[in-house]
Ligand binder design. Structure first.
Ligand code: NAP
Ligand code: MG
Length: 496
């Protein structure tokens, strides 16, 4: 909700009048989105109840109300899903021509586009992200990934010249809650294009759009068992990883769970890709276009409530412009609207879960007790649901936990620097290496920085821009393997 502007004085008059600068509510309609009370598992092209008959709720983090119940898959259910995927692989999918596979993948892309409004609303309901983001980022990009990968399905001989690309088999795929539909697309699209079948598990707090995708896939006529979607908690994910029938594991999530998975597949023939956490440096040089950079900082950390692995959560500003940048940044933060995710004016929606809200609040306490200076915008936040004001910490040093640990919320740690060498050293001083941003007018500085920053994705004079043709992935504890682009096909093929 926006703050009310104070009473203003009419020019040249003693009169005062109310000037309410806040936007009127503009809620997105939910009439076109249908939600069932209960969702079963999607196995072998059908919706089937879980063996043990257990279900868990997913809630709307903006209202704390239950949206629907989802089946909790155990190891027996996962076994059924892996068998269905294996059978589909052996019978149809691995034998189908790339040209025909591509048609199915294209169809899924088109159907996501046709239902874009419904997917966007459901994504915001279940995950808490603002409708602007789910409508303009998550859903179009999910469709774009299917389109992009569909194009490769019949061109694998060109993708891997002089090699023969064979599919890997059954891919077990586990995704987090910050981009539920988009992460499903990142995982499923390249797997299918290369001739693999899939068992996918969405995150416990955001299973809704994955199950909507299951409905769409069932309608698309994709052969039964090519995509199977099983809902559940960490144990369901572990059952996929440990099942002897999965040939490849693709995981996006925390570094902690990534390490567990690495141990679990050690000594097996399974291929593994890990997309893990981050603590990205967003670096502003004194010759940068300051106003654009401020927008980039805002987009880098407050976009999607800071629930972004590549969020620009460590800001480095060159000393000579630091005061100016921070003043402008605070002014811009003051205009951000925190509140109802379904309102089209909302900039920052709800934090995904009570648990995540607790983690963010814990870091706000840690930052203050470490002696950093906390600044939050003065906006009001709803009394119900999980919300945090956009926050920044000043007077931060490298050793502060808010500057070194991933918070996964709208919290920015600000540091200053004098020279390129100094900022490179500080930026690289992290166990992570997923992304970074560089803002400068000088092309040579950009090249110098991008060569030396240890990060998989580096944005120059922009931030958080994604494209299906561009590979994404990390260095160090941010994981290994790439998703997107031609590089994103490699984990899904064996090359002869
Ligand atoms: P998480 O706890 O690691 O969970 C990720 C997924 O793994 C969820 O589906 C989770 O199920 C499942 N899981 C949990 N324990 C498991 C186990 N022992 N074996 C197999 N699967 C298990 O991560 P999160 O908290 O949901 O997501 C936030 C993290 O993801 C952040 O660290 C963020 O940086 C990272 N992330 C990285 C990228 C990237 O591309 N690099 C993208 C997005 C997010 P439940 O949901 O049921 O727990
Ligand atoms: Mg939810």
């Amino acid at each position: 909700m926006a703050t009310k502007a104070p009473k203003a004085k009419a020019p040249g008059s003693a009169l005062t009048f109310d000037t309410d600068w806040s936007y009127a509510p503009a809620p997105e309609s939910t009439d076109h989105a249908s939600v069932r009370e209960r969702y079963d598992l999607f196995i072998g092209g059908r919706f089937v109840p879980p063996a043990k008959g257990k279900y868990f709720p997913s809630i709307n983090p903006a209202t704390e109300k239950k949206i629907a119940e989802f089946a909790e898959a155990d190891a027996d259910d996962v076994d059924r899903a892996v068998r269905a995927a294996r059978s589909a692989y052996d019978r149809v999918w691995s034998k189908m021509s790339g040209r025909d596979r591509g048609k199915y993948v294209y169809r899924i892309a088109r159907m996501i586009q046709e239902r874009a409004r419904e997917f966007a609303v459901l994504e915001s309901l279940d995950g808490g992200k603002s409708i602007r983001e789910s409508r303009d980022v998550d859903v179009p990009l999910a469709a774009a990934h299917f389109f992009y990968c569909a194009g490769w399905a019949d061109k694998l001989d060109y993708a891997f010249p002089n090699r023969k690309a064979r599919p890997v088999g059954v891919a077990g795929q586990i995704i987090p809650w910050n981009f539920p539909l988009l992460m499903a697309a990142w995982k499923i699209a390249p797997a299918l294009a290369c001739g693999n079948t899939v068992v996918l598990k969405p995150a416990e707090t955001t299973p809704l759009t994955a199950m909507k995708l299951a409905e769409l896939i069932a309608e698309s006529g994709l052969p039964e068992g090519v995509v199977n979607i099983v809902t559940g908690a960490g144990a369901t994910g572990a059952a996929i990883v440990n099942h002897p029938g999965t040939d490849k594991i693709a995981f996006t999530g925390s570094t902690g769970v990534g390490k567990i998975l690495q141990k679990a597949v050690a000594g097996t023939k399974k291929k593994l890709t890990l997309e893990l956490g981050g603590k990205a440096a967003n670096i502003i040089f004194e010759d940068a276009p300051i106003d654009q950079a401020v927008e980039g900082i805002i987009n880098g950390i407050y976009f999607n409530q800071g629930h972004v692995c590549c969020a620009g959560s460590r800001l480095f500003v060159q000393e000579s412009v630091a005061d100016r940048v921070i003043r402008k940044l605070k002014d811009r933060m003051e205009t951000l609207i925190v509140g109802d995710p379904l309102d089209k004016n909302t900039d920052i929606g709800a934090i995904n879960s009570k648990e995540q809200l607790g983690i963010i609040n814990k870091y706000l306490d840690i930052g203050q007790s470490e002696g950093a200076e906390m600044y939050q915008s003065s906006c009001s936040i709803p009394g119900r649901g999980y919300f945090v004001r956009p926050t920044l910490f000043l007077n931060v040093s490298q050793s502060h936990r808010v500057a070194s640990e991933e918070i996964f919320g709208p919290v920015l740690a600000v540091q200053t620097f004098r020279t390129e060498a100094e900022v490179l050293e500080k930026a690289n001083n992290t166990p992570y290496g997923l992304s970074a941003g560089v803002w400068t007018d000088k092309g040579s500085k950009i090249f110098n920085m991008t060569r030396r920053l240890r990060a998989g994705v580096i944005w120059a004079n922009t931030y958080n821009k994604f494209d299906p043709t561009s590979p994404f992935g990390g260095f160090k504890e941010s994981g290994f393997g790439r998703e997107g682009g031609l590089h994103g096909m490699y984990p899904y093929v064996n090359l002869d």
